[in-house]
Design a protein around this ligand. Structure first.
Ligand code: MG
Length: 378
C-alpha cells in the first residue's frame, strides 16, 4: 500500500496548513502501511495499548490517587485533554488523529505523585542530565516500551514525536535534527487543550475537596464569566450541580475563544502549508489577548489557592520523602528493580535506570514499595 492510500484514510476537508501523514509519517524503523488506519491513527492506538498509558490510571493529577472516588487521575486528565483537543482540531480543520496521538502521549512521562515527583527526580539527577516529564514521555515511546521485535519503543511517526518536544523559546532538536521554532498546529492544540482541561477539572476537584469555594472563585475573571454564562442558561447558583455546570460553561467559553482567535490569526497570516505554521516566531493557536490575561490570572489563582494549599502540600511533603528514599534504595539495591531497568544500568548508569524505574511507578506501587522496602507508612 502506498502513502497516498494511507493519506486517504485521513479525514477529508483538512486545511492546507494541517499536518498530513504524507508529510510526517517517517518512523525510525520502516514498516508497511496499514490498510485501514492512517499512520497517526496507528500511533494513537499504539499509545493506548502501551503499559505507560495504562499506568496513568493510578498516577496523581493534583489529588493523591485513591484519596477520593471523584478526583481526576493522570488518565482521566489525559482523556479530557484528548476530548478538548479533538474539538479544537475539528473546529480548526487540522489532523484529528495526530492531535489525539499527541494529547494521549503528552503526560506519559509523569512520575508518581504529580509534579512533586518530577521535581525530586530532577534535583536528584542534577549531575546526570536532570529529569523532565516531557522528555520522559519521549523516552518512553522511543526506548522504554518494549513491544516489537528488533526495536525498542513504539516506533511512532516523526509527526507525533516532534509534537511531544517542548520548545520553551529555545532551539530544540530531535534525533540531532534542529526543529522549527513552533510545533505543528496539532501539537499547539494539544498543548493549549492541556491548559483548558486542567483549569476546568482542577477547579471542579478543588470544589469537591472543599479547598475552593464560590467566594474564592469569584475573585477571578474566568470564573465570573463562566458563572454568568451558567446563570444565563438556567443554572441556579445554590443547586448542587452548579459548580460542575459552571465548569462545563468554562470549558465551552475557553474553547470558543481559542477557535475564534486562532481563526482570526489564520485569516491574517494565511498559512499555505504546515511550514508556514512551524516557522512562525509565535504560536498560531492561542487565547485572545483578553483571555490570555485571564489565563495567567487563573493559573496564579490555582497555584495560590489549590496547589499550595496546606492539605495538598502536606501530601507533597510525604511524597517528596518517599521518592528520595526510594531512589536511594534502588541505587543501593539495583537487584530490587525490574528486569528492564536492571538491563539499562550498564548503558545508562544507575541514576538514570533508577529514575526510569521510579518515574514509571504508579502512586499505588510507589507507596507499596515504600512500605515493603523501607518499612515506612506513607
Ligand atoms: Mg497534562
Amino acid at each position: 500500500m502506498n502513502s497516498a492510500s494511507a493519506v486517504g484514510a485521513e479525514a477529508d476537508g483538512m486545511a492546507v496548513f494541517a499536518t498530513r501523514s504524507s508529510d510526517a509519517c517517517e518512523r525510525r524503523a520502516d514498516e508497511p502501511e496499514h490498510p485501514l488506519r492512517s499512520p497517526f491513527a496507528r500511533d494513537r492506538d499504539r499509545i493506548i495499548h502501551s503499559r505507560a498509558f495504562r499506568r496513568l490510571e493510578y498516577k496523581t493529577q493534583v489529588f493523591l490517587n485513591g484519596s477520593g472516588d471523584h478526583y481526576r487521575t493522570r488518565m482521566t486528565h489525559t482523556i479530557e485533554v484528548v476530548a478538548i483537543a479533538r474539538t479544537l482540531a475539528r473546529g480548526l480543520k487540522v489532523n484529528e488523529d495526530l492531535t489525539e496521538a499527541i494529547a494521549l502521549a503528552h503526560d506519559l512521562g509523569h512520575t508518581p505523585f504529580g509534579h512533586v515527583g518530577e521535581r525530586v527526580l530532577d534535583k536528584l539527577l542534577k549531575n546526570a542530565g536532570g529529569f523532565d516529564h516531557n522528555e520522559q514521555s519521549l523516552r518512553i515511546i522511543d526506548c522504554l516500551e518494549k513491544k516489537y521485535p528488533h526495536m525498542d519503543g513504539l516506533n511512532l511517526t516523526w509527526g507525533t514525536r516532534t509534537g511531544l518536544v517542548k520548545r520553551r523559546g529555545q532551539a530544540a532538536k530531535l534525533d540531532g535534527v534542529l526543529l522549527p521554532p513552533q510545533p505543528s498546529m496539532e501539537a499547539q492544540i494539544a498543548d493549549l487543550a492541556d491548559d483548558v482541561a486542567y483549569y476546568a477539572h482542577d477547579v471542579d476537584d478543588g470544589v469537591v475537596a472543599g479547598l475552593l469555594d464560590m467566594e474564592h472563585l469569584q475573585e477571578v475573571k474566568f470564573w465570573q464569566l463562566a458563572y454568568r454564562q451558567a446563570v444565563e442558561t438556567g443554572g441556579e447558583p445554590d443547586a448542587p450541580y452548579f459548580p460542575s455546570y459552571a465548569v462545563r460553561c468554562l470549558i465551552d467559553m475557553l474553547v470558543d475563544d481559542i477557535v475564534r482567535t486562532t481563526g482570526e490569526r489564520i485569516a491574517l497570516r494565511k498559512p499555505r502549508n504546515p511550514e508556514d505554521v512551524t516557522s512562525n516566531h509565535e504560536p498560531l493557536v492561542s487565547f485572545s489577548d483578553d483571555f490570555q490575561r485571564g489565563s495567567d490570572e487563573f493559573r496564579s489563582f490555582l497555584f495560590n489557592k489549590l496547589y499550595w494549599h496546606s492539605e495538598v502540600l502536606d501530601v507533597n511533603h510525604r511524597a517528596e520523602k518517599a521518592m528520595k528514599r526510594l531512589y536511594a534504595y534502588f541505587c543501593a539495591h539495583p537487584e530490587a528493580m525490574g528486569s528492564g531497568a536492571r538491563a539499562r544500568i550498564q548503558d545508562n548508569g544507575i541514576e538514570r535506570a533508577a529514575a526510569d524505574y521510579l518515574a514509571g511507578m504508579t502512586d499505588l506501587y510507589a507507596i507499596q514499595q515504600y512500605q515493603e522496602r523501607l518499612g515506612e507508612v506513607f
